[in-house]
Design a protein around this ligand. Structure first.
Ligand code: ADP
Length: 485
């Protein structure tokens, strides 16, 4: 029986800002319990839901390095044991992340606290599985300052990259100061990239926590096979391609699965009418009506409706959407948007909602429940991301019979099969070149098919719903990796 500890900064249902939380929340539940005991350790944020905070039991507390408080609290939910690192000074406030400068210190503390707590919590993992830059110092600490302690000998580590854009990067002097890591970690090729402005003093060179996680862990994984290849190239690696190429024999892409207990139109309590493969046509129309009502759009179950649920950032291809809006609005389509993020895009969507009332409806904010209704009520779903490590929204859309229109990149390429009118195959629409014109072309093709070739459209919706993007296959691949260590 393998003992595995997930280390992450967010996890459904406790705290979520994006897909990372979905994965950390659902993968442990889907691993074979006969083969492994998987537990999860997280920061204990003050902003965590009260319902869970009130269930926490104190396990231990101590002074790390004789000066910094670490409390470990725990709860068991759906058969999984969760540990929480408690320190008011670091994890108070209304949200999990603040500015990068203070986040770096908070998560350096978190990584060290996790390892310092292990001898006290009665669970010695065989494998520590660290997720994203916030947990990336765990393999670094383990293989440096904790190395001499026999308790830690033989613990293996996996570093999973959910999004390489976020790396935890600052200068050498600052990272050295906040982490207390030895000088050897800051040699070029370790936390420090070999490509630097050498005219600067060494302390001002860039150092990157995620780079450290990649160098010091036994295996590196990322969340789709295409993304695993893409991040070995300069265009997609955000400066880490040298190290990823060097580690390519220990780099694996495993596509994320979806938690069908949460995302299933047959059982979903947040939608207007449940449906499955047999009654999706009428079911989706009911949901479309409810969606139109909710967003103040004229009720018309036959109107081709596009959905978009997203963080509103550069990554998500919203500049392409901006480029097509006026042309798109000349067609007989509606667009429903739910998202929050960069002010630039929030204002852009507010502008289009005001310019095209009755056709474009926008809610700026984060609303889990409402997102379900959009997945169920829209006919097609936009994911034109510039890059997308895996992407969950297209997987959710597929399950709800809402055909994704995606940029052929990363996980989108691996999970959406483009429509082929001759072979009658495909589960969505995709475009290869990152351009507004290609996006518009795919949307127009989709809306034409929806209106003029109803049976083709229905057959494609059925194929999309029949696909299995649950964790079954991916959790088996993780299990193989764990067993190989
Ligand atoms: P990322 O992790 O890059 O944000 P993913 O596609 O992997 O993108 O995951 C996004 C998750 O967050 C999905 O579950 C999506 O439904 C959810 N989501 C994104 N924005 C919102 C929002 N404004 N309201 C509700 N859910 C959202």
């Amino acid at each position: 029986m393998k003992k595995i500890l997930f280390v992450a900064s967010e996890c459904v249902p406790f705290v979520k800002t994006g897909g990372l939380a979905d994965v950390v929340g659902s993968l442990p539940k889907n691993l074979d319990k006969a083969q492994c005991d998987t537990r999860v350790i997280l920061p204990q944020y003050e902003c965590m839901k009260e319902k869970y905070k009130s269930q926490l039991k104190s396990l231990c507390y101590f002074q790390m390095d004789n000066r910094i408080y670490v409390g470990i609290n725990t709860l068991v939910l759906d058969g999984i044991t969760y540990y929480f690192v408690d320190n008011n000074q670091y994890f108070s406030g209304p949200k999990p992340y603040f500015d990068l400068f203070s986040d770096l210190e908070r998560f350096a503390y978190f990584a060290k606290a996790v390892l310092s707590a292990l001898p006290l919590i009665g669970f010695r993992p065989d494998i520590i599985h660290a997720h994203d830059w916030q947990a990336a110092l765990v393999p670094v600490y383990l293989n440096t300052i904790f190395q001499g302690d026999p308790f830690f000998r033989g613990i293996r580590t996996i570093m999973t990259i959910h999004n390489i854009r976020f790396q935890g990067c600052w200068n050498v002097g600052h990272l050295k100061w906040i982490s207390g890591l030895p000088a050897e970690c800051f040699q070029p090729g370790k936390l420090v990239s070999p490509y630097q402005d050498t005219s600067l003093p060494f302390d001002e060179w860039n150092a990157t926590m995620l780079r450290g996680g990649i160098v010091y862990s036994d295996w590196v994984t990322t969340v789709s096979e295409s993304y695993a290849k893409e991040i070995q190239t300069p265009s997609f690696s955000d400066g880490l391609d040298d190290i990823l190429k060097w580690r390519k024999d220990r780099l694996l892409g495993i596509v994320n699965g979806l938690d069908y207990e949460i995302w299933n139109p047959k059982t979903d309590k947040a939608i207007a009418k449940n449906y499955d493969k047999r009654n999706f046509w009428s079911g989706k129309k009911e949901n479309k009506k409810a969606l139109q009502k909710k967003f103040g759009l004229p009720e018309d179950p036959d109107k081709f409706t596009l959905g978009l649920v997203s963080r509103l950032t550069d990554q998500k291809g919203l500049d392409l959407v901006d480029g097509i809006m006026d042309s798109l609005m000349r067609e007989d389509v509606n667009l429903v948007v739910l998202g929050s993020g960069d002010e630039r895009y929030e204002n852009m969507f507010r502008y289009y909602a005001a310019k095209y009332p009755g056709k474009v409806a926008v809610l700026i904010g984060y609303d889990e429940e409402l997102s379900h209704l959009i997945y169920a009520g829209a006919d097609a779903f936009l994911v034109p991301s510039a890059f997308e490590p895996c992407g969950l929204t297209q997987l959710i859309a597929l399950k709800y019979g809402t055909l994704p229109i995606v940029h052929e990149i990363g996980g989108l390429k691996d999970t959406v099969k483009p429509y082929n009118q001759y072979e009658h195959t495909g589960t969505g629409f995709s475009f290869a070149g990152y351009s507004s014109h290609e996006l518009l072309d795919r949307i127009n093709h989709a809306s034409w098919l929806y209106r003029e070739q109803k049976e083709e459209w229905k057959a494609m919706e059925k194929r999309a719903m029949a696909e299995d993007w649950s964790w079954t296959e991916s959790s088996r691949r993780y299990m193989d990796l764990y067993n190989s260590l």
